[in-house]
Design a protein around this ligand. Structure first.
Ligand code: FPP
Length: 246
């Protein structure tokens, strides 16, 4: 059965852990980068689908702080794919009202990637239809640590009072400041873990794990994940009866 938009509740924020590119390539006796290249086509299709469904925020885990440990050739290949993707997508982003945002610390990215990233962020700044967060050199624990350091500094300097700190104070110091928390986190590639991704923001997110490897995750598979999300009851700590009766 092909899943239609009318069968789904559309989440405001979907976050994706795009796993399985390497294994997808190895199954085909091709180098790992072949899998990442095919993964870029999935990125395009999922971004286009999210935009047409009216999802407000789409977050893609493109490169973690741990990914620097991969062989140098794979890291530079991934950086090249990223740069080409940003270059080739700018016009589409502008046409579709997609604002690009980076989660993570771009300082460590190669200069050419940083430049095209900053340009794309700048040029799409006034787009309002959807925000595309690319998590690059991202790790959730380091994001939390940086936020806590900034809050501690402001407390010491007197611009914040520690008595009045709230969950919102911390949220406002994360890379996702001002955005709704993810409603749905999808991980492809058959592993069932979060791998240091949006640990604070995903506290109440529905988790969807699939065996499908990222290069095979296209519109149809995305719709299946949204359909599964639609069938779940989000209780936020309440009982099922409370949720049903409001
Ligand atoms: C994990 O698969 C995937 C990555 C570390 C990189 C994801 C990057 C892309 C999809 C392409 C570039 C991104 C954009 C946004 C243009 P893996 O290599 O860990 O797979 P494996 O577990 O099978 O080895």
């Amino acid at each position: 059965m092909e899943i239609q938009e009318k069968d789904c509740t559309i989440p405001r924020h979907v976050a994706l852990i795009m796993d399985g590119n390497g294994r997808w390539a190895e199954e085909r006796h091709r180098p790992r980068l072949f899998g990442h290249k095919a993964g870029v086509d999935s990125v395009r299709e999922v971004v286009e689908t999210a935009r047409s469904l009216g999802i407000e925020v789409l977050t893609l885990y493109a490169f973690s702080t741990e990914n620097w440990n991969r062989p140098e050739g794979e890291v530079s290949g991934l950086m090249g794919l990223l740069k080409n993707y940003l270059r080739s997508e700018l016009r589409t982003m502008l046409r579709n009202g997609i604002r690009l945002n980076c989660l993570g610390l771009p300082q460590r990215l190669p200069e050419d990637v940083r430049t095209v990233l900053q340009q794309t962020i700048e040029e799409t700044r006034s787009c309002t239809a959807m925000t595309l967060n690319l998590a690059l050199n991202y790790g959730s624990r380091s994001e939390l640590l940086v936020a806590i350091q900034a809050i501690a500094r402001q407390c010491l300097e007197g611009s914040l009072d520690w008595h009045s700190l709230t969950e919102e104070t911390l949220s406002a110091h994360l890379f996702t400041a001002g955005q709704p928390d993810p409603d749905l986190v999808i991980r492809t590639g058959g592993e069932n873990r979060l791998s240091n991704f949006l640990l604070w923001q995903a506290s109440y997110a529905e988790l969807y794990f699939t065996e499908i490897k990222w290069p095979d995750f296209r519109k149809e598979q995305f719709m299946e994940a949204l359909y599964s999300y639609s069938k779940r009851q989000r209780r936020f700590g309440k009982t099922g009866a409370q949720v049903v009766t409001g």
